[in-house]
Design a binder for this molecule. Structure first.
Ligand code: FVH
Length: 299
């Protein structure tokens, strides 16, 4: 790396941890490790991103293989699954006998594919899914889900806890990613619902900020309903008394209003389609949570 002073080049000493990838998240993870007193070797594909961390005590490696050889534990925090595969193939032999923690966002099957690759190459593999932005790393506010090697998780827990609250989800490497992406699915659909509502309110001149000031406390109050809906889903009885029925929850008036105002109705129309499907299947008197069954069955 061109930005690294000679004294930090080609570390001959063994460090505690190697971090591959110094994007926003990899840099935050490294900084937290240094703050916690761990010795760290870093590598990044593009030169010029290590200087600040080197100034704080990290050693910088010129190649992936050199970085991997420097530590018994290797953290990968790269863009996506392909970049991880591409990078690790450069040091497959050097990784043998080491622990790999992949904190890159991947799909569950991509995590499982990496687990198989790691097993074939004698690497102890733990997959992690980060529920935090870089500024939250180093505090208990963030969460990181893990799955894969239980032995690696147990051994590394004091280090993992440097970054965020840790939660182990099982030895199937895909599970952490699955929980992560399921959580993000809920979040993005909530945001999309907000944007749809803001677009409707904008047709009468309300700013998105004014709409947000009203929507935020309302949505916060509505999240109180989640536990009740979850209880119905887990119990599997959607006819439990006291719920608002699907027929009563018909949202076609919101779809119509959206269309009348010239706003694309797609987000709310998707919800209405789930409701209509369950009503057509004869479940109109059951509660809104019944749409979970359409989603679960893939229909
Ligand atoms: N940042 C965030 O808020 C989110 C929070 C939740 C989890 N994500 C995931 O973390 C992974 C890394 O995210 P990031 O924010 O660090 O991403 P960037 O700042 O864009 O840095 C990307 C790094 O990946 C390197 N890279 C890209 N392609 C390759 C490749 N083919 N081979 C080797 N390295 C590659 C890139 O290197 P360079 O462009 O500087 O050379 C950066 O180091 C990610 O999965 C998020 O979804 C973060």
């Amino acid at each position: 790396m061109d930005d690294v002073p000679d004294s930090n080049r080609n570390p001959t000493h063994t460090t505690d941890i190697t971090v591959l990838g110094l994007g926003a998240m990899g840099s935050a993870l490294t900084a937290a490790l240094l703050d916690a007193g761990r010795s760290v070797t870093v590598w990044n594909r593009t030169a010029g991103r290590a200087s600040e961390l080197v100034g704080r005590g990290a050693g910088a490696a010129d190649t992936v293989a050199e970085a991997v050889l420097a530590s018994p534990v290797v953290i990968a925090c790269l863009l996506d699954h392909s970049s991880v595969a591409e990078t690790l193939h450069l040091a497959a032999g050097e990784l043998r006998g080491r622990t790999l923690v992949n904190l890159t966002t991947t799909t569950p099957n991509e995590s499982r594919a990496l687990a198989s690759w790691a097993a074939e190459h004698g690497v102890d593999h733990l997959d992690g899914a980060i529920m935090a932005v870089p500024a939250m790393i180093g505090s208990r506010a963030g969460q990181i889900f893990y799955s894969g090697s239980r032995a690696a998780y147990d051994a590394l827990l004091p280090t993992l806890e440097v970054w965020a609250t840790s939660e182990f989800h099982g030895q199937d490497a895909g599970r952490a990613s699955l929980v992560d992406l399921a959580m993000l699915s809920g979040m993005y659909q909530m945001f999309t619902g907000f944007f749809h509502g803001a677009a409707m309110a904008a047709t009468m001149g309300m700013s998105a900020s004014d709409f947000a000031a009203r929507q935020a406390p309302f949505l916060a109050a509505m999240t109180e309903e989640l536990a009740g809906y979850a209880k119905v889903v887990d119990g599997g009885d959607y006819a439990v008394p006291g719920q608002q029925s699907l027929e009563f929850s018909d949202l076609s008036h919101i779809v119509r209003a959206s269309e009348e105002e010239g706003v694309a109705p797609s987000p709310i129309a998707a919800v209405q389609a789930l409701i209509s499907g369950q009503i057509a299947a004869g479940h109109g008197s059951e509660g809104l949570a019944r749409i979970y069954e359409s989603l679960r069955s893939g229909s």
